[in-house]
Design a protein around this ligand. Structure first.
Ligand code: AMP
Length: 112
């Protein structure tokens, strides 16, 4: 499958990894939109929350819990924003579910 995030997970494309466990990889976004901009990506491939099975939703639940536990060590002690784009209107550009983790500064009140 020609998926850039699957290639990053397999180590075929380099990335700046900040965390890895059996569920996910967290790495730096190549085009950061905040002082801190990570992507949390499940190791199993699925496109977005609409495509997600119940089992995959359980993985995403564990990912969210772990992101919360890691927040301080990732430099996000003053808060952070999680975003997961789905489809054309949200400008999803990579068809492998990912959670943007944004922080390290005061973010805009506007999210759209
Ligand atoms: P989205 O637009 O929600 O699909 O987000 C995809 C994100 O992946 C964008 O913020 C890109 O900057 C990021 N991205 C694309 N290719 C890479 C890469 N090779 N390494 C790190 N981030 C990437």
């Amino acid at each position: 499958m020609d998926c850039i995030f699957c290639k990053i997970i397999k180590g075929e494309i380099p990335s700046k990894k900040v965390f890895e466990n059996e569920d996910m990889l967290i790495f730096c976004d190549i085009n950061p939109q905040a002082t801190i901009h990570y992507l949390a990506v499940p190791k199993v491939h699925f496109a977005n929350v609409v495509e997600m099975t119940d089992e995959q939703a359980t993985i995403v639940g564990r990912m969210l819990k772990k992101i919360g536990e890691l927040a301080d060590s990732l430099g996000l002690q003053n808060g952070f924003r999680l975003v997961s784009n789905k489809g054309e209107n949200a400008c999803q550009s990579v068809e492998h579910l990912h959670i943007h983790i944004l922080g390290g500064e005061k973010l805009s009140e506007k999210m759209g």
